[in-house]
Design a protein around this ligand. Sequence first.
Ligand SMILES: *[C@@H]1O[C@H](CO)[C@@H](O)[C@H](O)[C@H]1NC(C)=O
Ligand SMILES: *[C@@H]1O[C@H](CO)[C@@H](O)[C@H](O)[C@H]1NC(C)=O
Length: 403
Amino acid sequence: MSSSLLDLATLALIVSPTIATSSYDLIYKFDKSNFFQNFSFYSDPDPTNGFVQYLDYDIAHQAGLAKISSGNVYLGVDHTNTYTTGGRPSTRVMSNIHFDQGLLIADIAHMPGNACGTWPAFWTTGPNWPADGEIDIIEGINKQTATQVALHTLDSCDITTPASELAGELTATACSTDVGSGCTVQGTEGSFGDAFNELGGGVYAMELTSDAIKVWFFSRANIPNCIISGHPDTSAFGTPMAVFQGSCNFEKVFTNQQIIFNTDFCGDWAGHSYASSCSLSGGLSALSSCEAFVGANPSAFTETYWEIVSIALYQKGSAAVSSVAPTPTATSAPTTAPATAPPLTGSVLPTSSPVRSTPWTRPSSQPVAPSSGSGSGSGSTTNGSAARVSPAKTLVFLRELSL
Ligand SMILES: *[C@@H]1O[C@H](CO)[C@@H](O)[C@H](O)[C@H]1NC(C)=O
Ligand SMILES: *[C@@H]1O[C@H](CO)[C@@H](O)[C@H](O)[C@H]1NC(C)=O
């Protein structure tokens, strides 16, 4: 090797690690130009027992529930028809890409507003739930005005973040599904529902490293310039809304994360907690009251939609190399849009229940127990075999909710 080449090689060794560890590089960005090609629609029964029918791309698109609107990605629910059985048609999408670590930045113009029976979520999880871990970034029910950020893990993961290090409030410290319903941070006002929308929406940033998981929320008027310019620097973000650190091997318990947006109705969380902020129908249980309301009142859900400006994943140096997108592994292939999306054909939902693109049969390996309700989350199924937790855990979860 000539001495000048050697010098170059030496220089590269000295210089590149500095560059690699100090700044985030954009790895993927999804927006109106490619979102429907890179997110798959989930149309199997809801693993969290919601009063919902998740539509595949074709039906959702025909019904006007999956489209580009005002230059943004629109993911909605049926707000014109009534339903007595089956559930209200809605959308649930999952990124085809997976990642282990990095900084996820979601610019969201509108999220489902507050309405009785709704349970929207923006979250990540991997194909093997709960072994891959779950990170609920925006999640809440009914009339909540702040998000509840939550982690769910298989292995023990205990959070000890001092209160001074986060703007939200650490409300549960044990993340493992063996122990209960996950570790949680109650977010700050304005981070969810109508309050979020009134501020013009904003940016959520979630950083997953081997040391911690942090979540920031910036309302539209307060988005840091470094995010707007596409060079996010977390040291300029200020105090995070949520910080999870402590006795937890983050690198091991959070892997293969896929990005999910969904809007559920009733089910394990919004249904069983319906009475905490919404009225029961005479003589009916919380869950039945929820389903009756959601089925009969389409006009309550005109604000129940996500409008996503963009979602971007940034990584540092070597982490970027490991995030090659594997092929999705769903057994009943989720649908994505054709590379060229067909033109909009109006918004007429089938009058009868939408037909699923593939008949669903419970895999023999799949436990029948309902999932723990905290995640929309909690029973994610990317490989078609819904991972669920035991009834005992659901009871623990429901008991905690009623405290
Ligand atoms: C997004 O989808 C397009 C069309 O299928 C594909 O060419 C592209 O590689 C995908 N992007 C990523 C990051 O996977
Ligand atoms: C699907 O996921 C479940 C739950 O995580 C897991 O037990 C099962 O082995 C997976 N099946 C396949 C075919 O990957």
